[in-house]
Design a protein around this ligand. Sequence first.
Ligand code: CA
Ligand code: CA
Ligand code: CA
Length: 232
Amino acid sequence: MKKFTPTLLTAILGLSGAAQAAPLYNDDFSSLANWTLLGDVTAYSGYGVVTTAHTSEGDYANLSGNNPVETHVGPAGLEAFVGLAQGALDLSNASQATEGSAIKRSFNVKAGDKLGVDWLLVTNDTGAGFGLDYGFAVIDGQLISLASASSAGTQFSPPYAWATAPGRFDYTFQRSGNISVAFGVVDVGDYSASTAFGIDSLSITAAVPEPGSYALLLVGLGLVGALARRRG
Ligand SMILES: [Ca+2]
Ligand SMILES: [Ca+2]
Ligand SMILES: [Ca+2]
């Protein structure tokens, strides 16, 4: 009987390895060339960074020289840019989002594909009456709050006083198509006490193979077995 040669093993392992496809997209945010930008946005310190820091406030946390954008000003506003209805970024009537920045692009994906991205929020928006600023994602029109200034409890270096623990956001696409993905940050309740939201290491990986693919794999293995027996 023919033995399983290294070549044959490699072929079989290669087949099963194909079930774990390489990422469809990777982004290390060394550049923002693939994104559309609004407000104070820059690639900084290995992250894609959006901030609420306004130059006219003498805020030295502004990184790009471009100012954050008003949240609720119709088509030119931040909410419209990320594909949300006016008022959607408010936490409540009493805690309205005022200004912020965002990046967006679209990805051609299939339902079940998975997105992952690292994030870190750094802020001066702490203390009594503050702590409301937040970083968010908007995927296919759905707002997902990722990080709040209220959870920034680790001392950070100037110009920001506090940082959250680093986080990773995982998302499974609900439908196939060219799906819009945005990341942003907003001032809430006031325009002051800036917050910066950094994202990094974005990847999109294919859904696990459909049952049909496994069936094909089993048929393939069955053929290999039959060949081995015939030649035995
Ligand atoms: Ca990076
Ligand atoms: Ca603020
Ligand atoms: Ca501001």
